[in-house]
Design a protein around this ligand. Sequence first.
Ligand code: HEM
Length: 117
Amino acid sequence: MEILRDVVVLVHLVGFAVLFGAWTVEAVARRVRVTPLMNNALGISLLTGLILSAPWGLDHGLNYVKIGVKLVVLLVIGALIGIGSARQKRTGSLSPALFWPVGILALLNAGLAVIWR
Ligand code: HEM
C-alpha cells in the first residue's frame, strides 16, 4: 500500500514537472502562450492530488488546510489556462497577465507542498 502511494506521489511530481517545464519552455523562448500540455499536466496533478488526499492509513496526518489551499491555487491555474487558451484562439495572442501567474502559481503550490508541513 505504501509503495502504491509512493508511486502516486511520483506521478503527482511528474504532473508538476511537466506543467512547470512546459511553462518554462514558453517563457524562455519569450512565447507568451499557454499550451494543451500545461492543461494535461494540471489534470494529472489534480487527479493524483485528490487520490493522495484520501485516507491511506498513514502514520502521519495530512494537513487538510494546506491541501485546500493547493486545490484553490490549482483551480486558479486551471481558470488562467482555460481563459488564456480561449483568448489566444480568438485573438491569436495572450496577455502576459494571464501567462506569468501560471508558472508562478505552479511553483507556489510546489513550495507550499514541501515547505508548509
Ligand atoms: C499545481 C498543482 C500542485 C503542485 C505543484 C503540487 C506539488 C506537490 C509536491 C511537490 C508534493 C510532494 C511533497 C512532499 O512529499 O514533500 C505534493 C504532495 C501532495 N499533494 Fe500536491 N501539488 C499540486 C496540487 C495538489 C492538489 C490539487 C492536491 C489535492 C487536492 C494535492 C495533494 C497533495 C497531497 C495529499 C500530497 C502528499 C502529502 C503527504 O504525503 O504529506 N496536490 N504535491
